[in-house]
Design a protein around this ligand. Structure first.
Ligand code: NAP
Ligand code: SF4
Length: 674
């Protein structure tokens, strides 16, 4: 098949070598000690990886628009040289780069914030002030000034962020714009501000400077606009000289997931297609496009002219070049977990990536050259830690044998990928399988190792990555036939009854509740997602919202924790709320502040608020955390020159796939540093 993805495209006065735009991301690099050099290194690797056009993280045009104190801003000539470090790095590596101008409006987490109307966002504690008419005129000039400085810094253009509920979007939506002057009221008035911003930039910089506009297509909030309004706006953008329209989906305050794993791939390209049908300029599709096939299918269907992918470039800087060379199976795919990118940003840390811990740490973890000191290495356990270390060490030239007692690789990921909405873990398993082969790791599955055997084989290093095992509980009756471990429940779901009690409401308890509460369905995943979350598939209702179709519970499920207080505290910051809603929709009861007394034929006996109660259950599934699976550890002493632990066997507390993969990579680095 001839890929459209790799065909040139003319955008404005530029010609891009392919149809892939690396999307803008908050990386947190702006808050590090060496922001511009680290950003330059980050973009350079992606540029070398063949992406057609890079969009930087958001840069504010003025103080009021800063997303947080200390975030990047470009409003003074003396800042230009710093930004030039980024453009030169991208250009040297052969890519075009544009700067995103982001005015955060009422999402700004600082005290100077302004909005069209003084209405606080439900996701921000800071109250905005209503922006005055004079200030609006000044802000238009600020946008044009920032764009001009960006041009001086060497950027090939800019992207104006006008979606996701940020400042420009706040003008266009009735939800946040209650003004009675020329900037509010009718659609014509509400789109005046963004159009004037574009006009001012064009007037200042002429046509030889790319302007991409990220407009809101599906708002997914009450009092948002509908797709017909969005189409009219797209036409108005074309008329004022925009070169590319990029299609934004959902406000940050929407209570519908738009980028998480639970969202089907390419779930919104139907909406992008509606915008494309209304204009004659190139249109880009965004959100949950993470594989070559997904991207190509969007282009083949004619839904869009370009694809805008952000997190996939955290996961793999070389996405494009691998795809172009027919090596798509070597791409480390973004699994849309948000765990190491967005969740880190939310707590003020530098972003990274669960599947690629080097992301945004390029200067701290440089690409290693092949080792001159080849070691013979044994790795015990093919879970996330063992796999990542094996691949990284073998890539550096070491001679690696990976032992796994089960018949397949994956460890805990073999359970995660069974959970509805977490099927993307399949991609990670595929990636590791391909990498083991590519770097000639000797894989021995169905192989339980003995220390003596390892000793005889003369390894220089043994990496113990035998992971974790379920924590045993000593509740009386724990051996009752109704009790299953989570491992048994995942692998033998036919044995799970109609009334189920889950002991433990951590990540695995939640996963288990999802696993046993979802009905098997042949329905198209995008249709099912739209129905479940109440998205109008035509986009014609206000905010493109409609009533969700209720789920019929397929089991009677109770999820338990001993502690009092909120459920789901240990779940991801940006995704925990999705799990909570999913389970509530499926009628899962959450019961906390209790103790377990015993298990018998009647079910699970608990004590709650001083009263004894019985929770009847056909099946009781234990998801009560883990402990290290380290029984071989002691016997390994002296079995090789060096024995080290990585992953769950080293530290079980707060272990997740991100920590395990990162542990493996770190050990590979330590090896090279002696
Ligand atoms: P976990 O998060 O530590 O949760 C263990 C649960 O068991 C808690 O609800 C705890 O609550 C309960 N528990 C602990 N000791 C118990 C005992 N002796 N008797 C009865 N109940 C007990 O462990 P996990 O769910 O197994 O997850 C393991 C790791 O994988 C975690 O780090 C987690 O973050 C990660 N993970 C993450 C996700 C995700 O969605 N991000 C998904 C899966 C796993 P009480 O003590 O209040 O009863
Ligand atoms: Fe994708 Fe998860 Fe990596 Fe973020 S952390 S880029 S969502 S794989």
């Amino acid at each position: 098949m001839t890929h459209i993805l790799f065909k040139e495209i003319k955008v404005g006065t530029l010609t891009l070598p392919n149809r892939v735009i690396m999307g803008s991301m908050h990386t947190g690099l702006d808050h590090t000690d060496d922001p511009f050099n680290r950003m330059a290194a980050f973009y350079k690797e992606r540029a070398e990886g063949g992406v057609g056009l890079i969009v930087t993280g958001g840069v504010s045009p003025n103080e009021q628009g800063l997303i947080s104190p200390g975030a990047t801003i470009l409003n003074k000539p003396e800042q230009v040289d710093s930004y030039r470090i980024i453009t030169e790095a991208a250009h040297r590596a052969g890519s075009k780069i544009i700067m995103q101008i982001l005015h955060a409006g009422r999402y700004a987490k600082q005290h100077k914030l302004v909005a069209p109307s003084a209405i606080r966002s439900p996701i921000n504690k800071f109250e905005p002030q209503e922006i005055t008419h004079d200030n609006i005129l000044q802000t238009i000039k600020d946008f044009a000034n920032s764009a001009e400085l960006a041009q001086q810094a060497g950027f090939d253009g800019i992207e104006i962020l006008g979606s996701e509920g940020y400042f420009l979007n706040e003008f266009t939506a009735p939800r946040t714009n209650k003004r009675n002057d020329q900037w509010g009221g009718s659609l014509e008035n509400r789109i005046r501000f963004p159009l004037d911003v574009v006009r001012a930039i064009r007037q200042k910089l002429g046509t030889n400077f790319l302007i991409q506009y990220r407009m809101s297509v599906l708002e997914l909030v009450d009092e948002g606009w509908n797709i017909d309004d969005a189409k009219q706006f797209a036409q108005a953008l074309e008329a004022v000289g925009i070169d590319i329209i990029n299609t934004g989906i959902g406000w940050h305050e929407a209570t519908i997931p738009t980028i998480a794993m639970q969202v089907p791939r390419a779930a919104f390209s139907w909406a992008t297609a509606k915008i494309k049908s209304a204009v004659n300029i190139p249109v880009a599709a965004a959100n949950r496009i993470n594989t070559v096939d997904t991207a190509e299918a969007i282009l083949q269907r004619g839904d869009a002219d370009l694809v805008y992918m952000a997190r996939p470039f955290l996961a793999d800087a070389n996405f494009v070049v691998k795809a172009q060379q027919g090596r798509a199976d070597e791409i480390n795919t973004c699994i849309a977990c948000n765990q190491s990118c967005l969740d880190k940003i939310f707590v003020g840390q530098t972003a990274s990536c669960l599947v690629n811990p080097r992301a945004c740490h390029e200067t701290l973890l440089p690409i290693l050259s092949t080792t001159s000191n080849v070691k013979k290495i044994a790795v015990i356990g093919a879970g996330a830690a063992g796999l990542s270390f094996s691949v990284e060490a073998a890539k550096n030239g070491h001679n690696v044998t990976l032992f796994e007692s089960k018949s397949e690789i994956g460890g805990q990921m073999l359970y995660a990928h069974l959970v509805p909405g977490k099927e993307e873990f399949d991609e990670l398993l595929r990636y590791f399988t391909v990498m083991l082969e590519k770097y000639s790791v000797t894989l021995k599955t169905n192989h339980t190792v003995e220390a003596e055997q390892l000793k005889q084989e003369g390894f220089d290093l043994i990496a113990l990555a035998s992971g974790i095992k379920p924590r045993p509980l000593d509740i009386p009756g724990i051996n009752h036939p109704s009790v299953m471990s989570y491992e048994e429940a995942f692998t033998q779901p036919d044995k799970i009854g109609a009334t189920v009690v889950i002991i433990g409401a951590g990540g695995i308890g939640f996963d288990m509740a999802e696993f046993i509460s979802h009905e098997a369905s042949e329905q198209d995943p995008i249709q099912a997602y739209n129905e479940s979350w109440g998205i109008d598939p035509e986009g014609l209702q206000a905010g493109s919202l409609t009533s969700p179709v209720p789920h019929k519970p397929i089991r009677n499920i109770s999820l338990l924790q001993r502690k009092a207080g909120k459920f789901g505290r240990t779940l991801g910051k940006s995704t925990g709320w999705i799990h909570m809603i999913e389970l509530q929709k499926r009628g899962v009861q959450m019961i906390g502040d209790l103790s377990y007394t015993k298990i018998d034929d009647q079910g699970l006996h608990i004590e709650r608020e001083g009263e004894a109660q019985i929770l009847t259950a056909d099946t009781i599934i234990i998801c009560a955390g883990q402990e290290s699976h380290d029984q071989i550890a002691e016997s390994l002493n002296g079995a090789a020159k060096q024995v080290v632990r990585i992953g769950g066997v080293k530290q079980v507390k707060e272990l997740d796939a991100a920590q395990a993969i990162s542990d493996g990579i770190e050990l590979a680095y330590q090896l090279e540093q002696g």
